[in-house]
Design a protein around this ligand. Structure first.
Ligand code: ARG
Length: 572
């Protein structure tokens, strides 16, 4: 149990007795004592009594003797709480024998669908897909670790009118040549070549339009060519996932096309429910609350005037399947903020249709853009969008060079492994340590630096602790008595026992920068401890106690980084 919760549980009954109604004691970490509650101040007006009197009376009722060494009223009516060393040490000891490091398995396991990555067939993955992949994968790891049933849904863009020109281009090139080009991962040139022909050559454009009809009509030859495009792209995306070290597999591709048979029934049912309005020949739903800048209601187009179904209908069908056949109660969509309105409208329509009712709910896990050093959208030197693989290769090669330079004792193979862990870790951490709602600047120097809130800093802290144990030639004894006499030991202990709380919060809000920030504070607290408190040179029983602190720090760093999808090399 974390200390905020422990203290809250002890104070709440006392506050309730004094106030006559339930009160949240709002216990927070504080620089003045260890923890502080300002609930008496908030109660004063309601009770018509001075806050200091309320606070003093609460202290009289509260059962804090075994947890706090000091509990006092301060200032205008704060409760200042100092945790007893023995109580803190007991929590640390409990952690040392808990394989879950103070993070319980959820009492209410859910089926959670996480819609993430979702690149488009025959198109290069761009940095927006990088963010989706990194954030979505962290969510999958975290919720799975908490005991939820996680279904990864890679909503591949594998359907729609562009496939007419893509298939025609493929047919022109010949299957073997096309497969070769695509397997090289040069998806963008393939796409651009098709596009260029489409724009310049009227006959090609006409063939492309007929292809779309053939594709939708299920023409076997056309379907075979289409599948070739999809398979080559999937194979290529898998190589990116592999390099990026994410948990997505081939089985997680659930492309837009897989919902094709569900689209007509979705729209029919919307009609039966009386939700459809016609607008310029298109079938639309006007969800309540969606209005444009001009105050006019906004339509969600579920069937276009040409009879085709598009992106919104597909997302409605997917929701219906996810809450229905898949039995999911939490749907996460890790997609850039520009699509926020789309998802708001889709969720609203799904709710109206009865496909998204409590306890089932959907959340748009939106995110901002990655910016270049100039503060503008990240662009390649040629001005195009930056290729994701290029970015990953650069990260790995920079990190490998740094690893060789920093530790010449690493062999070639180990330097490559460290370079990969640090390079990929740096990319992921730069993303996850920033508030996802905001844009951030991709800064190589900063994200590969050993100082500051970076992956290499945390990985280095981990490897440094592991080296203590290599030197000691032994593991920590989890049952060793823990004593916390030094302020730096106490400060480290407070961070360690806070892991469960942070993880619980992040499982709700999916704001991974809070987990990153926590790991950074933990590593900093460890550094301060290690500077002031000798470990291997200390006498027993202090040595054993400090080894427990070291070991727990390493375990929490490793698990925390693992949840972010970041590896922790034993040596760096
Ligand atoms: N393929 C889309 C894109 O690249 C993202 C799909 C997101 N998921 C969804 N269910 N709409 O923008």
């Amino acid at each position: 149990m974390d200390l905020e919760k422990l203290l809250t549980d002890r104070l709440a009954p006392a506050f309730a007795t004094v106030a006559g109604v339930p009160v949240n004691p709002v216990v927070r970490r504080s620089p003045r004592a260890d923890f502080q509650s300002d609930a008496a101040l908030a109660l004063a007006r309601r009770l018509g009594r001075p806050p200091r009197d309320i606070a003093a009376e609460v202290l009289g009722y509260a059962d804090l003797a075994d947890v706090c060494s000091v509990a006092e009223v301060s200032g205008p009516g704060f409760l200042n709480l100092t945790v007893a060393d023995a109580a803190l040490a007991a929590l640390v000891s409990a952690l040392a024998t808990d394989p879950r490091l103070g993070v319980p398995v959820t009492a209410e396991p859910e089926t959670v669908v996480i819609d993430y990555s979702a690149p488009n067939v025959a198109k290069e993955m761009h940095v927006g897909h990088l963010r989706s992949t990194v954030i979505g994968d962290a969510a999958a790891r975290l919720l799975e670790w908490l005991g939820h049933r996680v279904l990864r849904a890679n909503h591949l863009g594998d359907w729609g009118t562009p496939f007419g020109m893509l298939i025609e281009h493929l047919a022109d090139l010949g299957e073997a040549e096309a497969a070769h080009e695509l397997s090289m991962g040069d998806l963008d040139s393939f796409y651009k070549a098709a596009r260029a022909k489409f724009d310049a050559d009227g006959a090609f454009a006409e063939r492309s339009r007929l292809r779309v009809v053939a594709l939708q009509g299920g023409d076997p030859v056309t379907l075979r060519l289409w599948r070739l495009l999809v398979e080559q792209s999937e194979r290529y995306f898998m190589t990116v996932y592999d390099r990026l070290d994410v948990t997505l597999t081939e089985r997680d591709f659930h492309g837009e096309s897989s919902y094709n048979d569900l689209l007509a029934p979705v729209v029919d049912d919307l009609g039966r429910l009386g939700l459809l309005r016609e607008s310029d020949g298109a079938a639309c739903v006007f969800p309540p609350g969606s209005v444009g800048r001009d105050g006019e209601p906004l339509p969600l187009i579920v069937r276009k005037s040409d009879g085709g179904y598009g992106y919104p209908a597909t997302d409605l069908a997917a929701i219906r399947q996810r809450t229905g056949a898949l039995g999911a109660t939490r749907l996460l969509y890790v997609v850039g903020l520009p699509q926020r309105r789309h998802f708001e409208m889709v969720y609203a329509v799904a709710a109206q249709a009865g496909w998204l009712s409590p306890p089932a709910r959907a959340e748009h896990v939106g995110f901002g853009s990655i910016l270049g050093a100039d503060g503008r959208m990240l662009r390649s030197r040629a001005g195009g969008s930056v290729k994701l693989v290029g970015l990953l290769d650069e990260a790995i090669s920079r990190a490998t060079a740094l690893a060789r330079e920093r530790n010449p004792e690493l062999g070639e193979a180990e330097a490559a492994e460290v370079g990969r862990a640090v390079g990929i870790g740096a990319i992921k951490y730069a993303d996850l340590s920033n508030d996802r709602h905001r844009d951030y600047v991709l800064d190589w120097e900063r994200m590969l630096s050993l100082d500051g809130n970076t992956a290499p800093y945390l990985q280095y802290a981990y490897s440094r602790i592991r080296s203590i144990f290599r030197r000691a030639g032994m593991a920590a004894r989890p049952d060793a008595a823990v004593s916390l006499a030094e302020p730096a030991e106490r400060a480290l202990a407070f961070e360690l026992v806070g892991f469960g709380r942070v993880v619980g919060e992040v499982a709700e809000n999916l704001e991974f920068h809070h987990l990153a920030g926590y790991l950074y504070r933990l590593a900093a607290a460890f550094s301060a401890f290690y500077e002031r408190c000798p470990v291997l040179r200390a006498d027993e029983p202090v040595r054993d106690s400090r080894l427990v602190l070291c070991d727990l720090t390493a375990q929490v760093l490793r698990q925390g980084l693992h949840l972010l999808g970041i590896r922790t090399p034993e040596r760096m």
